[in-house]
Write a protein that binds this ligand. Sequence first.
Ligand code: TXA
Ligand code: MG
Length: 330
Amino acid sequence: MKTEVLPVNEQSLALAKQLILAGELVAFHTETVYGLGADARNDEAVKKVFEVKGRPQDNPLISHVHTEYDITPLIDGEPPYAQALRNAFLPGPLTMVYPSTGRVSKYVSCGLNTLSIRVPASQSAQAFLRAVNVPIVAPSANLSKHVSPVTAEHVLDDFNGKIPLILDGGACTGGIESTVLDCTGNVPQILRAGLVTREMIASVVGACDVYHMAKGEKPKSPGMAYKHYSPRCETVLLKDADEAIERYFEEEKKGGVPYLLCTRSPKEGLRVLPLGESGEEMASNLYARLREGERNATLIIAIEPNERGGVMDGVLNRLTRACKGGEDET
Ligand code: TXA
Ligand code: MG
């Protein structure tokens, strides 16, 4: 199969619609990362997403809709706080988990009685979702366990020859996946940290919990159980800059090509993948730097940033799960 990479315009959107309604996969830009889209109502199309990605069968998918799409038939009611959060943050990088009415393919939620819904803000995502006008399931458009894609080129690297179309909407500025928020309880609960932070949610509705998986427990959000986001070269996360420098020179001595992934290089003249200063900058840079690193490095040595709270919760979660030496969530 030839994979076309096309800019988003009337012709490519018409082609995207035709492909989606025929049960094919189309990758598209969002403000967080690229998504691998399929018609959420079509069993075969949804199954194809799992196959092409190599995704575990128990990891549910997010359904994406445009701003005017009426989600009420898809969900079995919503608490008042969910309405307030929708008004405050949508369209945007927030995925909300609701009780499901089971109107989309049964393969979307992998046996859970909930459905996660996202309304992305990016113009090209909106144009695509409007053109097809059906709920689109879309995991990040990377092979399972690989680093999420933030350019059309990243998507092509993972899926060249495996999908018919990538709609190129440019680079994703958000850079890490949406916040996944459980809206089935009395208080909203973050299942996956992201750009809409706990602080932001609490400031609108007064309270926001964060889910922590207890050891041995079945995770509430199955995606959390998987090691994730890993570059194709060895990647480690170290707390200490001196230790990082030592590891860097050890790797060089072995004939390897180490790179430091950090805010500021602790020493002149080392190869560096710059992460940026603020949480937002780091989120925006993280996956692009990891993809760049894996092309050139034998070892990526990440130095743990000091900042905490807000967007850093999401950045640290992704960084930890990309690296050895970080906490393993499986
Ligand atoms: O920013 C994003 O969310 C991107 C773009 C493409 O929209 N999508 C994305 O999808 O990151 P994916 O499949 O890579 O991650 C979805 C996460 C997984 O951790 C999954 O377990 C969780 O959301 N999830 C999906 N549906 C769920 C549900 N009904 N209940 C609990 N967790 C759910
Ligand atoms: Mg993913």
